[in-house]
Design a protein around this ligand. Sequence first.
Ligand code: MG
Length: 339
Amino acid sequence: MKLSVYPLNLDLKTTFRVSHGASDQRRNALVKIEHDGMVGYGEAAAVFYYGDTQESLSAYLNGLPPLGNDPFALEAMLNALPEGPHAARAAVDIALHDLWGKLLGQPLYKLFGLTPAPLPQTSFTVGMDAPEAMAARVKELNYPIIKVKLGADEAEACVAAIRKVSAARLRVDANAAWSPDQALDLIARLAPYDLELIEQPLASGNAEAYRWLKNELDQRGIRTPIFIDESAQDSRDAARHAGAVDGVVVKLMKTGGLREALRAIHTARAHGMKVMLSCMIESSLGVTAAAHLAPLCDQLDLDGPLLVANDPFDGLRYDGAAPSLPDRPGIGVLPRQTL
Ligand code: MG
């Protein structure tokens, strides 16, 4: 099998602002694995707050030892990958799964034994901005599920302004920006606004802080579900937060691909937690790969391709907020131009 690496530069339709920073282009990496005249495609998203760049991801991928010549030995090949950025390992995992499906002539969801329809609806993400600007954006989008990025400042004002103009299902993502005391105060103040969930209110790496928060909220009768994203990199993190949060956000770029994402989903389920399947800013390649696991998840946050102006792949389709999987073998994406 031959692995090659290319830049995958994605221009964003609008500048994207979260509590970690702002961007209007994402420079991801594309992996091609060729075997027997078939090509498997994989994507690595360069997420700046994980310290990854297109250069560092490409350097890891270009330095990999040969994968061998058995395209069905997925577990062995993935276990043999050297330590490195999870997003880069995800690109290899995704390309191998694409190749697997193509060699067997079946879409991935069928190989996983899943039914592709109907899938849950996906949210659309609105970046941080002034309260009036966020409300105007939500109104203009007129989407049934909105996820808003919030810092600690003006969090309540933003949600209040949005609620004035929209009855959408509303998810809040704090991207680890709140201290425990701030989180307790803000979640209490946001409770009347009928939020579907609050994602990653606290810093990652401290399950006990989440346990404390959950306890305090319970004592006050506040039932807003708390999900973890940055805190939940893989299946072990899901287990670590059992009882401390209501759900986990699973992304291929955190787990290092589909195989560990499956394990994370099953681990979360075994602990009675909900699962939201999500993505980084990725093209239709990475997001469609993830969507093959969507039938196992409660909530979807798969708006990556909707944020990208120059998506190089055709894959997941959106009828408003309702995604549908392509029926082609493997991931089922087609390059829009020669790659
Ligand atoms: Mg998040």
